[in-house]
Design a protein around this ligand. Structure first.
Ligand code: PEP
Length: 242
């Protein structure tokens, strides 16, 4: 299975950040794994411009969230069809920051994932337990419940990102054994051809070990995706991974 290394820029980046994409493209043209897909999800304001400027290159672009409906009276929201129109390839849905800051339920996340498929794009569906849930020994139950209720009811192409909430932006990561256990658990609940990404403080220093784990088919990277140098090192760590 081809690895997917996806960068989530969150609410970071202006038009001038095209320089980071340009630097990443230059590095990837000089040397990059051929068996790895690379995606950047910048703020929605930048998707169309980046996709146009860097079309045909080694990087795809995507959205960080979308509304479930194709259009309507939803001030400030962006539909999956709009991301398709901006030449996005993927849309992240159900990120823990969306679930926490916007009270998104599993049912809404499923609606968004189905909207992304309806628009002809690939959803990256995020799941993950909180620190309290992990400490209480409930991580598998919580993620199992999220999967049951937020995966689309279809056999189309989607990606799952396991992101323990307590590992996002903290510099903390689960043990390699805990990541392996969770990814095997998720694999057992989905198809063999679904890519399962790990996300949560992936850095150049830990990417190779994490990406070597069975059933880890790539990474969703926040902070370390903002700088071309760091992100490129993570892309290269995915190099030999099938
Ligand atoms: C994320 O935002 O999805 C994420 C994994 O962030 P970070 O890599 O900074 O922990």
């Amino acid at each position: 299975m081809r690895a997917l290394i996806a960068g989530n820029w969150k609410m970071h980046g202006l038009a001038a950040s095209r320089g980071e994409i340009s630097a990443l493209v230059a590095k990837m043209k000089a040397a990059a794994p051929t068996d790895c897909d690379v995606l950047i999800c910048p703020p929605a304001t930048l998707v169309a411009a980046f996709a146009a400027e860097f079309s045909g290159g080694p990087i795809q672009f995507g959205g960080q969230d979308c509304h479930g409906e194709p259009s309507g009276a939803h001030t400030g929201d962006i539909s999956a069809e709009m991301f398709a129109d901006a030449s996005a390839a993927f849309v992240i849905v159900g990120h823990s920051e969306r679930r926490a800051n916007h009270n998104e339920s599993d049912a809404e996340v499923r609606g968004k994932a189905e909207a992304v498929l309806r628009a002809g794009l690939t959803p990256i569906i995020c799941v993950g337990e909180s620190e309290a849930e992990r400490k209480a020994g409930k991580a598998l139950d919580i993620v199992g419940g999220q999967l049951e209720q937020s995966l689309p009811e279809t056999s189309e192409d989607f990606v799952i990102a396991y992101e323990p909430v307590w590992a996002i932006g903290t510099g903390l990561t689960p043990t390699l054994a805990d990541i392996a256990e969770m990814h095997a658990f998720i694999r057992a609940k989905t198809r063999e051809d679904v890519r399962i990404l790990y996300g949560g403080s992936v850095k150049p220093g830990n990417a190779e070990d994490i990406l070597a784990i069975d059933n880890v088919n790539g990474a969703l990277v926040g902070g370390a995706s903002l700088k071309a140098d760091d992100f490129y090192k993570i892309v290269m760590a995915a190099g030999g991974k099938q």
